[in-house]
Design a protein around this ligand. Structure first.
Ligand code: PEP
Ligand code: MN
Length: 366
C-alpha cells in the first residue's frame, strides 16, 4: 500500500512540474499578447475573450472537477497573467522607480535638486512687475543665501482683464537681476511657441498647474535641454501628474522636478489643500525630485511655516514660495505673497537652509 501511495505521489510531483511548465509557457504567450496590446494602445482586459475561453474549457471538461471548479481555477490563471502584463507595462515607464532605483538629481544652473542634497528654496515674486521690483526681491533673497529665483512673465490668470505679465520684457528684467545676484532663474512657460525665447532667458522652465496636461507644451519642453519644473494640476491625480512627467522624459528630457502646489478640495479655509501624501507617493513611485509650493497650496501666509515643515518631513527636495517688496500693491496673489521682513522671519522659523535640513537628517534620516 505504502509503495503505491509513494508512486502516486511521485506521479503528482511530475504532473505538478508539467502544469508549471505549461503555466509558464502560457504566461509568456500572454506577455507577448500584452506587449502587442500596449503597442496598439488596447486594454489588457477583454471580458468577452475571457468568457469565450471559460466556455470552451467547460465544454471540454470531462471531470472529475465540476465546471464551476474549472472556471474558478482558470479565473485565477487569467488574473495572474493580467497582473503580469500590468507589472511589465509599469516597469517600462521612464519615471518609475522600477526603471531607475537611484534618485535623479537635477542641476539648475549650478544648483543640485534631489538625492541627498539639502532641500532647496525657490523664492521670488508671483509676477515680475518692474525693474525695481524684481531687483529688490532678487537682492533680498540672494542676500539670504537663496540660489533659485522664481517670477512669472507670462501669467495664467483666471480673469482675462487682470495683469497678464510683462512677457518678454519681464524675462529680460528678471534675467538681468538674477545675473547681478548669482541666481538661477525659473519662470513659467505657457506656450510651446515661446520655447526659443525662454531658452534664451531662463535656467528652468516651469509648467504651471493649468498646463500640466498641455501635451503640445509638454512635448516641446521635453525636447528642450532646460530642466523642467512640472506643477501638479489643480485636480490632477498623482497618476496623471506622473504621466505628464513621462511625456517630458519620453521626449528625451530627464531633468524634471515635480512640484505639488495643492489641489482643489471642498475645503474653503485654504485656497487649495496641500496633498502631503502625493509628495511622499511621488517620491516612492518615481525617481524624480519633488518640491512643495507652499504659497499656492494654502494661499495663507500663516500656513507657510507649518506647510514647509510638513513638505520637508514627507521627503520634499525643496520648497517654493512667493516674496514681494510690498504685497499689498502686488499685481497678482496679493493675499499670499510675503514681504521681506516676513520672509526673514520665515527663514528663522523654518531654520531654512541649514538648521532644518540638518534637523531633518537627524530626525528622519534623509
Ligand atoms: C505660479 O507658480 O506662478 C503659478 C501660477 O502656480 P500654479 O501653476 O501652481 O497655479
Ligand atoms: Mn502666484
Amino acid at each position: 500500500m505504502d509503495g503505491k501511495i509513494h508512486n502516486l505521489r511521485a506521479r503528482i510531483d511530475e504532473l505538478n512540474l508539467q502544469i508549471l511548465e505549461l503555466l509558464s509557457k502560457r504566461a509568456s504567450t500572454a506577455e507577448e499578447i500584452g506587449e502587442l496590446q500596449s503597442a496598439m494602445g488596447l486594454s489588457h482586459y477583454d471580458p468577452v475573450r475571457e468568457q469565450e475561453m471559460l466556455e470552451a474549457l467547460t465544454f471540454a471538461n470531462r471531470g472529475p472537477f465540476t465546471d464551476g471548479t474549472v472556471k474558478s481555477l482558470f479565473k485565477h490563471i487569467f488574473q495572474a497573467s493580467m497582473q503580469l502584463e500590468e507589472s511589465q507595462e509599469k516597469r517600462r515607464y521612464l519615471t518609475s522607480r522600477d526603471t531607475r532605483r537611484q534618485d535623479t538629481v537635477v542641476m539648475v544652473g549650478e544648483v543640485p535638486i534631489g538625492g541627498r542634497h539639502s532641500p532647496v528654496l525657490v523664492a521670488g515674486p508671483c509676477a515680475i512687475e518692474s525693474a525695481s521690483q524684481v531687483e529688490a526681491v532678487a537682492a533680498h533673497v540672494a542676500g539670504q543665501g537663496v540660489t533659485l529665483f522664481r517670477g512669472g512673465a507670462f501669467k495664467p490668470r483666471t480673469d482675462p482683464y487682470s495683469f497678464q505679465g510683462l512677457g518678454k520684457e519681464g524675462l529680460r528684467l528678471a534675467r538681468e537681476a538674477c545675473d547681478r545676484h548669482g541666481l538661477a532663474f525659473v519662470s513659467e512657460i505657457m506656450d510651446a511657441q515661446h520655447l526659443a525665447l525662454f531658452e534664451e532667458y531662463v535656467d528652468m522652465l516651469q509648467i504651471g498647474a493649468r498646463n500640466m496636461q498641455n501635451f503640445t507644451l509638454l512635448k516641446a519642453a521635453g525636447r528642450s535641454r532646460k530642466p523642467v519644473l512640472l506643477k501638479r494640476g489643480l485636480s490632477a491625480t498623482v497618476e496623471e501628474w506622473v504621466m505628464a512627467a513621462e511625456y517630458l522624459l519620453n521626449e528625451g528630457n530627464g531633468n524634471v522636478v515635480l512640484c505639488e502646489r495643492g489641489i482643489r478640495t471642498f475645503e474653503r479655509y485654504t485656497r487649495n489643500t496641500l496633498d502631503v501624501s502625493a509628495v511622499a507617493l511621488a517620491k516612492l513611485e518615481t525617481h524624480l525630485p519633488v518640491l512643495v509650493d507652499v504659497t499656492h497650496s494654502g494661499g495663507r501666509r500663516d500656513l507657510l511655516v507649518p506647510l514647509t515643515k510638513a513638505g520637508l518631513a514627507v521627503g520634499a527636495d525643496g520648497i517654493m514660495l512667493e516674496v514681494h517688496p510690498n504685497p499689498a500693491v502686488a499685481l497678482s496673489d496679493q493675499k499670499q505673497q510675503i514681504d521681506f521682513d516676513t520672509f526673514d522671519a520665515y527663514l528663522d522659523d523654518t531654520g531654512y537652509h541649514s538648521k532644518l535640513s540638518e534637523k531633518r537628517l537627524e530626525v528622519y534620516g534623509f
